[in-house]
Each structure stands twice: as structure tokens, then as C-alpha cells.
Design a protein around this ligand. Sequence first.
Ligand code: AMP
Ligand code: ZN
Length: 112
Amino acid sequence: MSDCLFCKIIDGDIPSDKVFEDDQVIAFKDINPRAAVHLLVIPRIHIDNLDHLTAEHQMLIGHIMYILPQLARSQGLVNGFRTIINTGPDGGQEVGHLHIHILGGQGLSSFN
Ligand code: AMP
Ligand code: ZN
């Protein structure tokens, strides 16, 4: 059995506040929100992070990018949003399953 936290969320072994799912991805609310809206979008298949992408992941990554604005809009972010992907220890990645943060609404600090 995988000891990956997000794989456990995908399998339903750990509860999550899910806002979207399809055959390739799920999206759920971050447990420690850093803005009024803070979602995590993850592929159903386990990929450690962007450093572990291969050519066969290109369609999946395109799909994830395509649905990000739809997800943001569905959560009320009609005037824009921020996406963050942390990669590896020097990128501040804490959970070792590729995930895209969507942040927006009140509490979003400036990013310079
Ligand atoms: P990162 O630093 O990019 O790896 O971000 C990991 C994110 O996962 C953090 O923002 C955490 O708050 C979030 N997180 C950790 N455990 C859970 C959980 N069980 N459900 C939802 N979000 C989580
Ligand atoms: Zn995983």
C-alpha cells in the first residue's frame, strides 16, 4: 500500500473536502488555506513532482492546465487567481505527489 498522503486521499482512505473530480484529476480544499480560496489539484496517478514528468504525461498536464481556470471560476474567482507548483525540497514541496495550488480571494498577498 502506498504511503503517499495524496494517493490515500484519492483512494478515499483519508477524507478531503473535494470540489471536483474526473477520470484524470481530483481537486480539494487545502487543509491549511493561505487565502479565502485555496485548492489543490492533483492527478489520480502518482507522479512525485514536475521533475518526474515523462513524455507520456503531456496530455495529462495539458488537461490539468485546461481545467484550472474552470475550477477557479467555480469557486467564485472571477477576477483571476494564482497557481503555485512547488517542486522538490528546494522548491518547498512538502507532499510528494504532484499538486497545483489554486489561490485567490481575500488574503492573497502580493507576490514580487
Ligand atoms: P506543498 O508545500 O506544495 O507540498 O503543499 C502541500 C499542501 O498540502 C499544503 O498547503 C498543506 O496544507 C496541504 N495538505 C497537507 N495535508 C493535507 C490534507 N490532508 N488535506 C488537504 N490538504 C493538505
Ligand atoms: Zn501519490
